[in-house]
Design a binder for this molecule. Structure first.
Ligand code: PSV
Ligand code: MN
Ligand code: MN
Length: 426
Protein backbone atom coordinates (compact mmCIF):
# COMPACT_ATOMS: atom_id res chain seq x y z
CA UNK A 1 0.00 0.00 0.00
CA UNK A 2 1.02 3.60 -0.57
CA UNK A 3 0.30 6.57 1.66
CA UNK A 4 -1.55 9.48 0.16
CA UNK A 5 0.63 12.58 0.22
CA UNK A 6 -2.43 14.80 0.42
CA UNK A 7 -3.74 13.03 3.50
CA UNK A 8 -0.31 13.29 5.09
CA UNK A 9 -0.14 17.01 4.46
CA UNK A 10 -3.67 17.49 5.72
CA UNK A 11 -2.73 15.64 8.89
CA UNK A 12 0.42 17.75 9.31
CA UNK A 13 -1.64 20.89 8.83
CA UNK A 14 -3.84 19.93 11.78
CA UNK A 15 -0.75 19.72 14.03
CA UNK A 16 1.07 22.66 12.53
CA UNK A 17 0.23 25.49 14.92
CA UNK A 18 1.11 23.60 18.11
CA UNK A 19 4.35 22.42 16.48
CA UNK A 20 5.24 25.95 15.43
CA UNK A 21 4.73 27.15 18.97
CA UNK A 22 6.90 24.41 20.48
CA UNK A 23 9.61 24.62 17.85
CA UNK A 24 9.71 28.43 18.00
CA UNK A 25 10.17 28.35 21.77
CA UNK A 26 13.01 25.81 21.64
CA UNK A 27 14.70 27.40 18.63
CA UNK A 28 14.66 30.74 20.38
CA UNK A 29 16.20 29.30 23.55
CA UNK A 30 18.86 27.41 21.61
CA UNK A 31 19.89 30.39 19.51
CA UNK A 32 20.16 32.54 22.63
CA UNK A 33 22.61 29.96 23.94
CA UNK A 34 24.67 30.37 20.77
CA UNK A 35 23.49 27.33 18.78
CA UNK A 36 23.01 27.39 15.03
CA UNK A 37 19.46 26.02 14.88
CA UNK A 38 19.31 25.66 11.09
CA UNK A 39 22.63 23.83 11.16
CA UNK A 40 21.24 21.44 13.78
CA UNK A 41 18.11 20.75 11.73
CA UNK A 42 20.26 20.04 8.66
CA UNK A 43 22.37 17.54 10.62
CA UNK A 44 19.24 15.75 11.87
CA UNK A 45 17.89 15.61 8.33
CA UNK A 46 21.11 14.11 7.00
CA UNK A 47 21.30 11.34 9.61
CA UNK A 48 19.66 8.28 8.01
CA UNK A 49 19.48 4.75 9.43
CA UNK A 50 19.17 1.50 7.49
CA UNK A 51 16.44 -1.05 8.24
CA UNK A 52 17.17 -4.76 7.88
CA UNK A 53 14.87 -6.83 5.73
CA UNK A 54 14.31 -9.26 8.62
CA UNK A 55 12.83 -6.65 10.94
CA UNK A 56 9.53 -6.19 9.15
CA UNK A 57 7.76 -9.27 10.42
CA UNK A 58 7.08 -10.63 13.90
CA UNK A 59 10.30 -12.08 15.31
CA UNK A 60 9.22 -14.43 18.04
CA UNK A 61 11.40 -16.27 20.50
CA UNK A 62 12.57 -19.86 20.65
CA UNK A 63 9.38 -20.62 22.60
CA UNK A 64 6.95 -19.35 20.04
CA UNK A 65 5.96 -16.76 17.56
CA UNK A 66 2.83 -14.70 17.32
CA UNK A 67 2.20 -13.44 13.80
CA UNK A 68 1.29 -9.82 13.35
CA UNK A 69 -0.71 -10.11 10.15
CA UNK A 70 0.02 -8.34 6.89
CA UNK A 71 3.71 -9.25 7.09
CA UNK A 72 5.66 -8.73 3.85
CA UNK A 73 5.67 -11.98 1.86
CA UNK A 74 8.63 -11.25 -0.39
CA UNK A 75 11.44 -8.82 -0.98
CA UNK A 76 9.27 -6.39 -2.93
CA UNK A 77 6.82 -6.14 -0.05
CA UNK A 78 9.70 -5.67 2.38
CA UNK A 79 10.86 -2.74 0.27
CA UNK A 80 7.31 -1.39 0.29
CA UNK A 81 7.25 -1.47 4.09
CA UNK A 82 10.53 0.42 4.25
CA UNK A 83 9.04 2.85 1.74
CA UNK A 84 6.17 3.43 4.21
CA UNK A 85 8.66 4.01 7.02
CA UNK A 86 10.57 6.43 4.86
CA UNK A 87 7.46 8.38 3.86
CA UNK A 88 6.38 8.72 7.49
CA UNK A 89 9.69 9.29 9.27
CA UNK A 90 12.17 10.47 6.60
CA UNK A 91 14.75 8.74 8.77
CA UNK A 92 15.57 5.69 6.69
CA UNK A 93 16.65 5.41 3.09
CA UNK A 94 18.25 1.98 2.80
CA UNK A 95 17.68 -1.70 3.41
CA UNK A 96 20.13 -4.36 4.59
CA UNK A 97 19.47 -7.72 2.93
CA UNK A 98 20.07 -11.18 4.36
CA UNK A 99 21.05 -13.97 1.99
CA UNK A 100 19.59 -16.53 1.29
CA UNK A 101 16.36 -15.10 2.74
CA UNK A 102 16.30 -12.22 0.27
CA UNK A 103 17.80 -13.49 -2.99
CA UNK A 104 16.16 -11.33 -5.68
CA UNK A 105 14.33 -13.37 -8.30
CA UNK A 106 14.42 -10.47 -10.73
CA UNK A 107 17.19 -7.91 -10.17
CA UNK A 108 15.83 -5.31 -12.57
CA UNK A 109 12.42 -5.21 -10.94
CA UNK A 110 13.86 -5.12 -7.40
CA UNK A 111 16.15 -2.30 -8.40
CA UNK A 112 13.43 -0.28 -10.04
CA UNK A 113 11.12 -0.84 -7.05
CA UNK A 114 13.87 0.34 -4.67
CA UNK A 115 14.61 3.31 -6.87
CA UNK A 116 10.98 4.36 -7.07
CA UNK A 117 10.82 4.33 -3.28
CA UNK A 118 14.14 6.15 -2.85
CA UNK A 119 15.73 3.18 -1.10
CA UNK A 120 19.32 2.01 -1.60
CA UNK A 121 21.04 -1.21 -0.54
CA UNK A 122 23.08 -1.05 2.65
CA UNK A 123 25.55 -3.76 3.75
CA UNK A 124 24.69 -7.34 2.76
CA UNK A 125 24.41 -10.05 5.42
CA UNK A 126 25.58 -13.60 4.86
CA UNK A 127 24.02 -16.51 6.72
CA UNK A 128 26.08 -19.45 7.90
CA UNK A 129 24.18 -19.95 11.15
CA UNK A 130 21.41 -22.08 9.64
CA UNK A 131 21.13 -25.00 7.28
CA UNK A 132 19.08 -24.37 4.17
CA UNK A 133 19.77 -27.41 2.04
CA UNK A 134 23.48 -26.83 1.40
CA UNK A 135 25.74 -29.94 1.19
CA UNK A 136 27.58 -29.54 4.53
CA UNK A 137 25.85 -28.69 7.81
CA UNK A 138 26.79 -25.63 9.88
CA UNK A 139 25.82 -27.38 13.08
CA UNK A 140 29.40 -27.30 14.34
CA UNK A 141 30.39 -24.01 12.81
CA UNK A 142 31.10 -22.42 9.45
CA UNK A 143 34.10 -20.14 8.85
CA UNK A 144 35.84 -21.62 11.88
CA UNK A 145 34.69 -25.24 11.45
CA UNK A 146 37.35 -27.93 11.98
CA UNK A 147 36.54 -29.38 8.54
CA UNK A 148 38.05 -27.58 5.58
CA UNK A 149 35.17 -28.60 3.31
CA UNK A 150 32.70 -26.77 5.57
CA UNK A 151 34.92 -23.70 5.77
CA UNK A 152 35.26 -23.63 1.98
CA UNK A 153 31.50 -23.83 1.60
CA UNK A 154 30.98 -20.98 4.07
CA UNK A 155 33.57 -18.83 2.30
CA UNK A 156 31.90 -19.56 -1.06
CA UNK A 157 28.55 -18.50 0.38
CA UNK A 158 30.02 -15.18 1.48
CA UNK A 159 31.56 -14.67 -1.96
CA UNK A 160 28.15 -15.34 -3.51
CA UNK A 161 26.61 -12.73 -1.18
CA UNK A 162 29.22 -10.22 -2.39
CA UNK A 163 28.26 -10.99 -5.99
CA UNK A 164 24.57 -10.42 -5.24
CA UNK A 165 25.40 -7.18 -3.43
CA UNK A 166 27.49 -5.95 -6.35
CA UNK A 167 24.49 -6.25 -8.66
CA UNK A 168 22.38 -4.17 -6.26
CA UNK A 169 24.93 -1.44 -5.58
CA UNK A 170 25.70 -2.41 -1.99
CA UNK A 171 29.12 -1.43 -0.63
CA UNK A 172 29.60 -3.76 2.29
CA UNK A 173 29.40 -7.26 3.71
CA UNK A 174 28.42 -7.91 7.31
CA UNK A 175 29.63 -11.16 8.83
CA UNK A 176 28.03 -12.34 12.03
CA UNK A 177 29.29 -15.74 13.08
CA UNK A 178 27.32 -18.08 15.29
CA UNK A 179 30.47 -20.26 15.44
CA UNK A 180 31.68 -21.47 18.80
CA UNK A 181 31.13 -24.44 21.07
CA UNK A 182 28.70 -25.53 23.75
CA UNK A 183 31.06 -27.52 25.95
CA UNK A 184 34.68 -27.35 27.06
CA UNK A 185 36.84 -29.55 24.87
CA UNK A 186 34.37 -29.55 22.00
CA UNK A 187 36.49 -27.23 19.87
CA UNK A 188 40.06 -26.01 19.82
CA UNK A 189 39.86 -22.39 20.95
CA UNK A 190 43.09 -21.44 19.17
CA UNK A 191 42.59 -23.39 15.95
CA UNK A 192 39.01 -22.24 15.48
CA UNK A 193 40.20 -18.64 15.73
CA UNK A 194 42.99 -19.32 13.23
CA UNK A 195 40.59 -20.97 10.74
CA UNK A 196 38.20 -18.06 11.11
CA UNK A 197 41.00 -15.66 10.33
CA UNK A 198 41.95 -17.61 7.20
CA UNK A 199 38.34 -17.72 6.01
CA UNK A 200 37.77 -14.02 6.63
CA UNK A 201 40.94 -13.25 4.73
CA UNK A 202 39.66 -15.18 1.69
CA UNK A 203 36.35 -13.34 1.87
CA UNK A 204 38.14 -10.00 2.16
CA UNK A 205 40.14 -10.77 -1.00
CA UNK A 206 36.91 -11.35 -2.89
CA UNK A 207 35.48 -7.93 -1.99
CA UNK A 208 35.64 -5.05 -4.49
CA UNK A 209 38.04 -2.28 -3.49
CA UNK A 210 35.30 0.14 -2.55
CA UNK A 211 33.60 -2.32 -0.18
CA UNK A 212 34.06 -2.72 3.55
CA UNK A 213 33.83 -5.82 5.70
CA UNK A 214 31.82 -5.36 8.91
CA UNK A 215 32.78 -7.96 11.49
CA UNK A 216 30.22 -8.40 14.26
CA UNK A 217 31.01 -9.87 17.68
CA UNK A 218 28.78 -11.50 20.25
CA UNK A 219 29.73 -13.01 23.62
CA UNK A 220 27.31 -15.95 23.64
CA UNK A 221 24.28 -17.48 21.93
CA UNK A 222 23.63 -19.69 20.04
CA UNK A 223 26.76 -21.25 21.52
CA UNK A 224 27.01 -21.07 25.27
CA UNK A 225 30.54 -22.12 26.17
CA UNK A 226 32.61 -20.20 23.68
CA UNK A 227 32.01 -17.93 20.71
CA UNK A 228 34.88 -17.52 18.24
CA UNK A 229 34.40 -13.74 17.95
CA UNK A 230 33.08 -12.87 21.42
CA UNK A 231 34.17 -9.25 21.77
CA UNK A 232 35.39 -6.09 20.06
CA UNK A 233 39.02 -6.94 20.79
CA UNK A 234 38.89 -10.24 18.94
CA UNK A 235 36.94 -8.68 16.10
CA UNK A 236 39.48 -5.87 15.86
CA UNK A 237 42.38 -8.31 15.90
CA UNK A 238 40.84 -10.30 13.04
CA UNK A 239 40.05 -7.15 11.08
CA UNK A 240 43.58 -5.84 11.39
CA UNK A 241 44.96 -9.14 10.16
CA UNK A 242 42.81 -9.21 7.01
CA UNK A 243 43.01 -5.64 5.72
CA UNK A 244 42.22 -2.00 6.40
CA UNK A 245 38.70 -2.10 4.95
CA UNK A 246 37.69 -4.62 7.61
CA UNK A 247 36.23 -2.96 10.70
CA UNK A 248 34.33 -3.80 13.85
CA UNK A 249 30.55 -3.79 13.93
CA UNK A 250 29.01 -2.94 17.31
CA UNK A 251 25.59 -4.45 17.99
CA UNK A 252 24.34 -2.85 21.20
CA UNK A 253 22.85 -6.14 22.43
CA UNK A 254 26.08 -8.09 22.04
CA UNK A 255 27.65 -7.28 25.39
CA UNK A 256 27.59 -8.79 28.82
CA UNK A 257 25.45 -6.83 31.31
CA UNK A 258 26.90 -3.48 32.44
CA UNK A 259 29.61 -3.34 29.78
CA UNK A 260 30.69 0.22 29.13
CA UNK A 261 29.73 0.34 25.46
CA UNK A 262 30.52 4.03 25.04
CA UNK A 263 34.10 3.27 26.04
CA UNK A 264 34.31 0.51 23.44
CA UNK A 265 33.01 2.98 20.87
CA UNK A 266 35.57 5.59 21.94
CA UNK A 267 38.39 3.06 21.67
CA UNK A 268 37.32 1.89 18.21
CA UNK A 269 36.85 5.45 16.94
CA UNK A 270 40.29 6.36 18.33
CA UNK A 271 41.73 3.61 16.10
CA UNK A 272 39.46 4.40 13.10
CA UNK A 273 38.18 0.85 13.53
CA UNK A 274 34.42 1.31 13.86
CA UNK A 275 32.52 -0.17 10.92
CA UNK A 276 29.05 0.62 12.15
CA UNK A 277 26.18 0.01 14.51
CA UNK A 278 23.29 -2.32 15.03
CA UNK A 279 20.86 -0.41 17.22
CA UNK A 280 18.59 -2.14 19.72
CA UNK A 281 18.24 -2.21 23.49
CA UNK A 282 18.42 -4.81 26.21
CA UNK A 283 17.86 -5.43 29.88
CA UNK A 284 19.65 -8.77 30.14
CA UNK A 285 21.32 -10.07 26.97
CA UNK A 286 20.73 -9.88 23.24
CA UNK A 287 17.11 -8.96 23.95
CA UNK A 288 16.70 -7.02 20.70
CA UNK A 289 14.22 -4.60 22.27
CA UNK A 290 13.32 -1.19 20.86
CA UNK A 291 16.33 1.15 20.76
CA UNK A 292 16.26 3.59 23.64
CA UNK A 293 13.45 1.80 25.50
CA UNK A 294 15.67 0.57 28.36
CA UNK A 295 18.89 2.60 28.51
CA UNK A 296 18.41 5.97 26.82
CA UNK A 297 21.29 7.56 28.75
CA UNK A 298 23.69 4.94 27.42
CA UNK A 299 22.54 5.67 23.89
CA UNK A 300 23.12 9.38 24.44
CA UNK A 301 26.63 8.75 25.82
CA UNK A 302 27.44 6.59 22.81
CA UNK A 303 26.43 9.42 20.49
CA UNK A 304 28.56 11.83 22.53
CA UNK A 305 31.60 9.63 21.79
CA UNK A 306 30.70 9.29 18.12
CA UNK A 307 30.21 13.02 17.64
CA UNK A 308 33.30 14.08 19.55
CA UNK A 309 35.36 11.43 17.73
CA UNK A 310 34.30 12.72 14.35
CA UNK A 311 34.58 16.42 15.29
CA UNK A 312 38.11 15.82 16.58
CA UNK A 313 39.02 14.03 13.34
CA UNK A 314 39.57 10.56 14.84
CA UNK A 315 37.14 8.80 12.50
CA UNK A 316 35.01 10.34 9.74
CA UNK A 317 31.27 10.29 10.46
CA UNK A 318 30.54 9.21 6.87
CA UNK A 319 32.65 6.08 7.28
CA UNK A 320 30.25 4.66 9.88
CA UNK A 321 27.16 2.58 8.94
CA UNK A 322 23.92 2.81 10.92
CA UNK A 323 21.29 0.13 11.16
CA UNK A 324 18.51 -1.06 13.45
CA UNK A 325 18.75 -4.73 14.46
CA UNK A 326 15.81 -5.50 16.71
CA UNK A 327 13.18 -8.16 17.01
CA UNK A 328 9.48 -7.41 17.28
CA UNK A 329 7.61 -9.92 19.34
CA UNK A 330 4.75 -8.02 20.88
CA UNK A 331 4.56 -4.79 18.90
CA UNK A 332 3.64 -4.04 15.31
CA UNK A 333 7.13 -4.03 13.69
CA UNK A 334 6.48 -0.84 11.74
CA UNK A 335 5.38 1.03 14.87
CA UNK A 336 8.34 -0.39 16.78
CA UNK A 337 10.75 0.75 14.06
CA UNK A 338 9.22 4.22 14.11
CA UNK A 339 9.79 4.39 17.87
CA UNK A 340 13.40 3.26 17.39
CA UNK A 341 14.10 5.77 14.62
CA UNK A 342 12.69 8.53 16.82
CA UNK A 343 14.78 7.52 19.85
CA UNK A 344 17.94 7.32 17.76
CA UNK A 345 17.30 10.81 16.33
CA UNK A 346 16.54 12.21 19.78
CA UNK A 347 19.74 10.80 21.30
CA UNK A 348 21.79 12.00 18.36
CA UNK A 349 20.30 15.50 18.65
CA UNK A 350 20.88 15.70 22.40
CA UNK A 351 24.51 14.70 21.89
CA UNK A 352 24.88 17.47 19.30
CA UNK A 353 23.81 19.95 21.98
CA UNK A 354 26.59 19.10 24.43
CA UNK A 355 28.78 22.15 24.99
CA UNK A 356 32.01 20.37 24.18
CA UNK A 357 34.25 23.35 24.82
CA UNK A 358 32.87 23.69 28.32
CA UNK A 359 33.07 19.93 28.86
CA UNK A 360 36.73 19.84 27.82
CA UNK A 361 37.49 22.77 30.13
CA UNK A 362 35.83 20.91 33.03
CA UNK A 363 37.85 17.80 32.22
CA UNK A 364 41.08 19.78 32.11
CA UNK A 365 40.34 21.56 35.38
CA UNK A 366 39.15 18.41 37.11
CA UNK A 367 35.66 19.88 37.61
CA UNK A 368 33.76 16.61 37.97
CA UNK A 369 30.45 18.20 38.89
CA UNK A 370 30.72 20.73 36.06
CA UNK A 371 31.38 17.94 33.54
CA UNK A 372 28.30 16.04 34.65
CA UNK A 373 26.23 19.23 34.45
CA UNK A 374 27.36 19.70 30.83
CA UNK A 375 26.07 16.27 29.90
CA UNK A 376 22.85 16.55 31.91
CA UNK A 377 22.02 19.92 30.41
CA UNK A 378 21.93 18.34 26.97
CA UNK A 379 20.43 15.01 28.00
CA UNK A 380 17.52 16.46 29.96
CA UNK A 381 16.43 18.79 27.19
CA UNK A 382 13.28 17.95 25.26
CA UNK A 383 14.55 18.07 21.67
CA UNK A 384 11.49 16.47 20.08
CA UNK A 385 10.37 19.70 18.35
CA UNK A 386 13.76 19.88 16.58
CA UNK A 387 13.50 16.29 15.39
CA UNK A 388 9.91 16.92 14.29
CA UNK A 389 10.90 20.06 12.40
CA UNK A 390 13.60 18.14 10.49
CA UNK A 391 11.06 15.46 9.58
CA UNK A 392 8.42 17.95 8.43
CA UNK A 393 10.98 19.84 6.33
CA UNK A 394 11.79 16.58 4.52
CA UNK A 395 8.09 15.89 3.86
CA UNK A 396 7.50 13.33 6.63
CA UNK A 397 4.64 13.11 9.11
CA UNK A 398 4.55 15.45 12.10
CA UNK A 399 3.51 12.43 14.18
CA UNK A 400 4.42 9.24 12.27
CA UNK A 401 2.73 6.72 14.58
CA UNK A 402 -0.36 8.94 14.89
CA UNK A 403 -0.70 9.11 11.12
CA UNK A 404 0.01 5.39 10.68
CA UNK A 405 -2.80 4.60 13.11
CA UNK A 406 -5.17 7.17 11.66
CA UNK A 407 -4.65 5.65 8.20
CA UNK A 408 -5.24 2.11 9.55
CA UNK A 409 -2.10 0.96 7.76
CA UNK A 410 -1.81 -2.42 9.48
CA UNK A 411 -5.46 -3.20 8.79
CA UNK A 412 -4.93 -2.40 5.12
CA UNK A 413 -1.78 -4.53 4.98
CA UNK A 414 -3.71 -7.44 6.49
CA UNK A 415 -6.43 -7.01 3.85
CA UNK A 416 -3.78 -6.94 1.13
CA UNK A 417 -1.47 -9.71 2.33
CA UNK A 418 -3.59 -11.78 4.67
CA UNK A 419 -3.67 -12.33 8.43
CA UNK A 420 -1.38 -15.35 8.19
CA UNK A 421 1.28 -13.87 5.92
CA UNK A 422 4.74 -14.56 7.23
CA UNK A 423 7.98 -12.75 6.59
CA UNK A 424 11.32 -14.56 6.38
CA UNK A 425 13.81 -13.52 9.02
CA UNK A 426 14.90 -13.91 12.59
C1 PSV B 1 21.96 -12.50 16.01
O1 PSV B 1 22.42 -12.11 17.26
C2 PSV B 1 21.81 -11.32 15.11
O2 PSV B 1 20.90 -10.44 15.75
C3 PSV B 1 23.09 -10.67 14.78
O3 PSV B 1 23.15 -9.49 15.51
C4 PSV B 1 23.04 -10.37 13.29
O4 PSV B 1 23.40 -9.08 13.02
C5 PSV B 1 21.60 -10.62 13.00
O5 PSV B 1 21.23 -11.61 13.91
C6 PSV B 1 21.29 -11.09 11.64
O6 PSV B 1 22.19 -12.04 11.13
MN1 MN C 1 23.33 -7.54 14.81
MN1 MN D 1 21.93 -9.91 17.83
Amino acid sequence: MKLSLEQLQEYNQSLFSSHQEEFGFLANQLSKEGNDVNGLVEKIKAFQIAVPSWALGAGGTRFGRFGIGGEPRDLEEKLEDIGLLKALTQKTDSVSLHIPWDIPSDYASIQSKAESLGISFDAMNSNTFQDYGQPHSYKLGSLGNAKKSVRDQAVAHNVEVIEIGKKLGSKGLTVWLADGSNFPGQASLRNSLHWTQESLSEIYQAMPEDWKLLVEYKPYEPNFYHTIIPDWGTSSLLCKSVGDRAKVLVDLGHHLPNTNIEQIVATLVYQDMLAGFHFNDSKYGDDDLTTGSIKPYQLFLIFCELISGSEDGAQAWESISWMIDASHNTKDPLEDLMQALEMISISFTKALLVNREKLTACQMEGDVVGAQECLQEAFQRDVRPLVKEARIQLGGAADPIGHYRKMDVRKKLIQERGAESRSTGL
